[in-house]
Design a protein around this ligand. Structure first.
Ligand SMILES: Cc1cc2nc3c(=O)[nH]c(=O)nc-3n(C[C@H](O)[C@H](O)[C@H](O)COP(=O)(O)OP(=O)(O)OC[C@H]3O[C@@H](n4cnc5c(N)ncnc54)[C@H](O)[C@@H]3O)c2cc1C
Length: 389
């Protein structure tokens, strides 16, 4: 049993950590509150090759293993979870194109996506369908060598920069079950009728835009049907979501680590009744509980990443996402408690951690829905818990 990263992973983590401490930590609070777009941070991501983390080397990417992939999101979220979103859905979409795209699609898009010259996201959710993706209403009707797409998407991360945006559509709205009639189209941003209509105001996750998109008679070449075969859209999307759950679990660990760091440091500085508050047993118990949960979450996230390396790991990634996001939220609340009144102030970091942590239980499948997925796979016997089982 080896709980250590290998040498390459350790070196990579050190590079990421130095970048986050220098380029993200000092600006996160001000830029988040002012709503300024983190252009310089994006430039740093490009310089480090981070837009290519899920793209094969043959197309110019870094082709990271799942553990290194998790390190990227843990470290960045420790600095500012919102900017981790810039790489999050981009990496998932790139992985989906690399795994399922035709050779022509891969050659056309992946090299520029790997450098960040092009960026992307993933367009699944609609105003009336989030968890229930089979209930989407966006349709793509074949017309010669084009599809005509009509519908709308909402909550789309990176929408203002995505080009192309992979969009989940119904190519056969009458199919039963519905997923057999669903496909992914790679829609170029300049296509007439494709419009990013609104930035959704939100509690946290600032630094990355979340938008509504309207699609009105958008003519998409048949060549942009992902993989060139209709009816595979749900499978293509679900295969990317497995990495997505590792991504969210790792971001959650980053938030929990920052919450713990801030709480520990504050407990040493702040004095009450003539001594640092960290000398009070009540505060010590709080810190010990935070550290214990944080360490458990980290083990769970990297165990799930390791399982992905070994093959299909829906249950492990689902369990890690649920657990780590719960820990992130609780840690951010505990860190605010340790800060007393200052924890409620926007002049400190911890209130942002709280606002950002809440999203971790919603994205990539809500925790309640993932619990039902985990429960089903346990009761079917597809997944087993315990040594050697
Ligand atoms: C900041 C942000 C960024 C996002 N980025 C993207 C993006 O880039 N691309 C994208 O496509 N989407 C994105 N989303 C959308 C996100 O994936 C959805 O919000 C999420 O899947 C939940 O869907 P919903 O909001 O429609 O909630 P609903 O599906 O309406 O769920 C509402 C409630 O009902 C519960 N529920 C629903 N069905 C069941 C069930 N079968 N069993 C038990 N409980 C159930 C849920 O757990 C939840 O508590 C983003 C969302 C946010 C907030």
């Amino acid at each position: 049993m080896d709980f250590e990263l290998n040498e390459d992973q350790r070196e990579f983590r050190a590079l990421l950590r130095a970048f986050v401490d220098k380029e993200i930590v000092p600006v996160a609070r001000d830029w988040e509150h002012s709503g300024r777009y983190p252009t310089e941070i994006v430039a740093g991501f490009k310089q480090m090759g981070l837009f290519g983390i899920t793209i094969p080397e043959s197309y110019g990417g870094l082709d990271l293993d799942p553990v290194s992939f998790a390190l990227v999101f843990e470290e960045i979220a420790r600095g500012w979870m919102g900017v981790a979103g810039i790489l999050g859905s981009h990496s998932l979409a790139c992985r989906m194109i690399a795994t399922h795209g035709t050779e022509e699609q891969k050659e056309h898009y992946l090299p520029e996506l790997a450098t960040g010259e092009r960026r992307t996201g993933i367009g699944l959710t609609e105003p009336d369908a989030g968890t229930d993706l089979q209930g989407i209403r966006t349709t793509a009707r074949l017309d010669g060598d084009h599809y005509i797409v009509n519908g709308s998407k909402t909550w789309i991360t990176n929408a203002r920069y995505a080009d192309p945006l992979p969009v989940l559509v119904k190519t056969d709205p009458t199919a039963s079950p519905a997923h057999r009639g669903m496909s992914v189209l790679l829609i170029d941003a300049q296509t007439p009728g494709y419009q990013v209509t609104k930035d959704i105001p939100k509690l946290g996750y600032k630094g990355t835009e979340s938008c509504e998109i309207v699609l009105e008679d958008v003519r998409v070449p048949v060549a942009n049907l992902l993989g060139g075969v209709e009816g595979k859209g749900m499978q293509q999307v679900l295969s990317a979501l497995e990495w997505g759950r590792v991504n969210i679990a790792a971001r959650s660990v980053g938030i929990a680590q920052r919450a713990f760091d801030e709480a520990l440091s504050y407990s040493r500085q702040r004095k009450a009744f003539g001594q640092p508050i960290g000398d009070f047993q009540a505060v010590q118990l709080q810190l010990a509980s935070m550290a214990t949960s944080l360490q458990a979450a980290r083990l769970m996230a990297y165990w799930a990443a390791d399982q992905v390396q070994r093959g299909r790991a829906d249950t492990a990634t689902g369990m890690a996402k649920i657990f780590c996001s719960d820990v992130a939220l609780q840690s951010s609340i505990d860190a605010m408690k340790v800060h007393g009144g200052y924890g409620y102030s926007t002049e400190y970091e911890v209130e942002r951690l709280y606002r950002d942590a809440m999203l971790m239980s919603i994205g990539e499948g809500t925790n309640d829905v993932l619990r039902t997925v985990v429960a089903k796979s346990l009761s079917r016997g597809d997944a087993k818990i315990g040594w050697g089982r």
